[in-house]
Design a binder for this molecule. Structure first.
Ligand code: ADP
Ligand code: MG
Length: 320
């Protein structure tokens, strides 16, 4: 028997409603009611994944559920917010119980890790499209904006860049890598780790932050535009995984600077904070200083370690 809309809500979505004390009313009524802790402000972000655009059509539903939440959590991390609640708008060609179970499994894997409660949503029939809205909180007047970078700031990035882009090229058979790298690369593509703890740590340290979803050049570009500054990036300092380091240098750099889907953070901090930033870096989440914020006018200048200009074609993923 086909599942009714209400069966789907009760069986698959309701269990992700954690019924924590800060949720007065979750899934099941016309709207959810939440309580914001004293002295906190709400940070709200939304991301949509369209089958065939944001993920290959044959992606496992577990990975889709995980990544949907991960990309939204990454926006919370970029603001320095603590994630709390999510609402889900799901458009499905049919109510396939295996797909729904897998999707929610992936979602819950990550939601459990950060105690994110699914408090409501919407369900309709149509081509597979999934939107998630995430709500998090921030102490009043805190939060890292794209507009806060100052001349002289050091530019840091977390983790390594370009892995998800390389994974996509491997999937599309445009590049080949040693098979030993594939599990890690696909993990980076399908199950990106949102840098939530890093964001919370840096909200009192960084002048500005953004998460790298469209490639470093595009996303750092937003910081320098909104902050009315320029930037110099030393391409020899860009952190690369072993898999990227084995590629042709120009190819690796192209991926690291322009491929999307990394979900690492790019932060700018005052120069005198260098020591405390370096202390914050951990083995799971390395932080690398890749350059400096400069005066406005020249955009992002790419240089190698000897100060020679480096050229790159293509700047990040754009939908329109
Ligand atoms: P309404 O008709 O009042 O808009 P619905 O019948 O669409 O309500 O939804 C009933 C309840 O189920 C609501 O609390 C809604 O938030 C929840 N819900 C519906 N779809 C989803 C979903 N995809 N994920 C989580 N909760 C959902
Ligand atoms: Mg209603």
């Amino acid at each position: 028997m086909p599942l009714s809309e209400f069966d789907v809500i009760r069986k698959y979505f309701k269990p992700a409603d954690r019924q924590t004390a800060d949720v007065r009313c979750g899934i099941g009524d016309d709207a959810a009611i939440v309580r914001l802790p004293e002295g906190m402000e709400l940070a709200i972000a939304m991301d949509t994944l369209v089958a065939g655009v944001h993920f290959p059509l044959d992606t496992a539903p577990e990975d889709i559920g995980f990544k949907l939440l991960a990309v939204n959590l990454s926006d919370m991390a970029a603001m320095g917010a603590k994630p709390a609640w999510a609402t889900l708008a799901l458009t499905l060609p049919e109510a396939d119980s295996d797909w729904l179970a897998g999707f929610m499994q992936g979602f819950n894997d990550l939601a459990g890790q950060y105690s994110v409660s699914l408090i409501g949503g919407d369900l309709s029939r149509g081509p597979l499209t999934i939107s998630l809205q995430i709500h998090g909180y921030l102490p009043q007047n805190k939060g890292m904006l794209r507009s806060g970078a100052r001349e002289g700031d050091l530019i840091y990035v977390s983790g390594t860049l370009g892995d998800a882009g390389l994974a996509l090229k491997v999937l599309n058979r445009e590049l080949e890598v040693d098979p030993k790298y594939k599990p890690l690369l696909f993990q980076r593509l399908n199950r990106p780790e949102p840098r939530i703890e890093l964001g919370e740590t840096f909200r009192d340290i960084a002048h500005s932050a953004i998460d790298i979803s469209d490639g470093l050049l595009a996303d750092l570009g937003h910081i320098i535009e909104d902050s009315h500054v320029g930037a110099v990036v030393n391409t020899d300092l860009i952190p690369l995984s072993e898999a990227l380091a084995e590629l042709d240098t120009a190819e690796a750099l192209q991926l690291a600077l322009t491929a999307g889907d990394d979900y690492e953070l790019c932060l700018t901090v005052a120069e005198d904070m260098q020591a405390s930033v370096d202390q914050t870096a951990t083995e799971q989440c390395p932080l690398t200083c890749i350059g400096k914020i400069t005066s406005p006018g020249k955009g992002i200048q790419l240089e190698d370690a000897d100060g020679r200009a480096v050229r790159i074609s293509g700047v990040g993923y754009r939908h329109f």
